[in-house]
Write a protein that binds this ligand. Structure first.
Ligand SMILES: Nc1ncnc2c1ncn2[C@@H]1O[C@H](COP(=O)(O)OP(=O)(O)OP(=O)(O)O)[C@@H](O)[C@H]1O
Ligand SMILES: [Mg+2]
Length: 327
């Protein structure tokens, strides 16, 4: 299961993503944390002193990720595989384990938290790079990830409504907007829902930096009672923690915990419909092909793809392989 934290710049996406990762990890669960923001701060916010592994940036290794996931597929012929290319039965897939070859290669790990980072701009990107290109590897990653109900993936994302313009918009089972009690902050959620009404059912709000009941009422009135999962106070404990008082973190976590219980229960009530996911991926891929990919590559990139593929068969195959290795 996958969850993304979104919102206006500075609203508290990274603080909330890191808090939710800690909350899940404290349940003794294995968590994959993904920093999908160009302002990559999740690693710092997680405060994991014993991270093992090289800090790869997925934006730098996107071609390697795609080559790996392409596996043995023949249906592409000489066509390039891109971030939105739907998988085939011959693709390689990812399972949520620290032993998965792709995760083991690119992630850093500390205890039961695994971290993947898309990465930020380099000097060589100045003047010509677009973050969506860096997100290509992450898009392919999600479209080949066979995660189940007990697998936890938490993503910190770019500020604003940017996610809606990529195939990541439907990659998460739940989107949570972190919203401050201001018009500018709630507007980001409203703009998102306006352009993507089909995502409203899976999109919720956390009120953050709330000082008074009026603050919370302002958010309820703006986004609707049914969308608000709870409110986190403007925390003096977090400030103390950021001033270097380590023990203040536990107090801040306690302030977040009530809201996270609600986030967790709502998230777990979602069931992914893999057929719907595949239909959206195919539709999105064809749209991107029509919009620019076909012209850019001089080929029709959505032709002759493996129409018989279903995620269900890929999941069954993985289960079968697991049984064989157990025997
Ligand atoms: N509940 C809270 N109480 C007090 N301060 C908070 C709270 N949540 C976040 N902050 C503070 O607000 C600032 C911005 O938080 P954070 O970096 O998490 O936002 P962001 O949405 O990830 O920002 P960006 O758009 O730059 O990625 C930080 O200084 C953080 O400590
Ligand atoms: Mg951030």
């Amino acid at each position: 299961m996958r969850i993304a934290f979104l919102g206006k710049g500075g609203a508290g996406k990274t603080t909330t993503s890191a808090g939710f990762v800690r909350y899940l990890a404290a349940k003794k669960s294995h968590v994959l944390a993904i920093d999908a923001d160009v302002n990559a701060h999740l690693r710092g916010a997680l405060h994991l002193p014993n991270l093992v592994g090289h800090p790869h940036e997925l934006g730098d290794v996107k071609d390697d990720i795609i080559a790996y996931l392409k596996g043995d597929r023949q249906d592409l012929g000489d066509m390039p595989m891109v971030g939105t290319t739907p998988p085939s039965a011959k693709s390689r897939f990812i399972t949520l384990s620290q032993k998965d070859p792709l995760i083991a290669k690119y992630a850093q790990t500390a205890g039961n938290v695994t971290l993947l980072t898309v990465g930020t701009y380099k000097e060589s990107d100045v003047g010509g790079a677009c973050y969506h290109v860096k997100l290509t590897g992450l898009q392919a990653f999600f479209h080949h990830l066979l995660d189940g109900q007990d697998d936890y993936v938490v993503a910190d994302t770019t500020a604003g409504t940017d996610n809606v313009a990529t195939s990541l918009s439907f990659a998460y089972d739940m989107n949570v907007f972190v919203v401050e009690p201001t018009k500018k902050s709630t507007q980001v959620y409203l703009d998102y829902i306006e352009v993507a009404p089909h995502l409203k059912d899976r999109t919720y709000v956390i009120a953050n930096k709330v000082d008074t009941p009026e603050d919370e009422m302002f958010i309820i009135k703006t986004v609707g009672h049914d969308r608000l999962l709870g409110a986190v106070p403007q925390s003096k404990h977090l400030k103390r923690f950021e001033q270097g008082k380590r023990e203040a973190l536990a107090d801040f976590m306690a302030e977040q915990a009530v809201v996270f219980d609600k986030v967790y229960d709502t998230w777990m009530s979602k069931k992914r419909d893999w057929n719907d996911y595949l239909a959206r991926l195919r539709e999105t891929h064809s749209k991107v092909c029509r919009d620019w990919l076909d012209e850019y590559f001089g080929q029709k990139l959505d032709q002759n793809l493996d129409d018989a593929f279903t995620y269900q068969t890929a999941i069954e195959q993985i289960e079968k392989n697991k049984d064989l290795t157990r025997v």
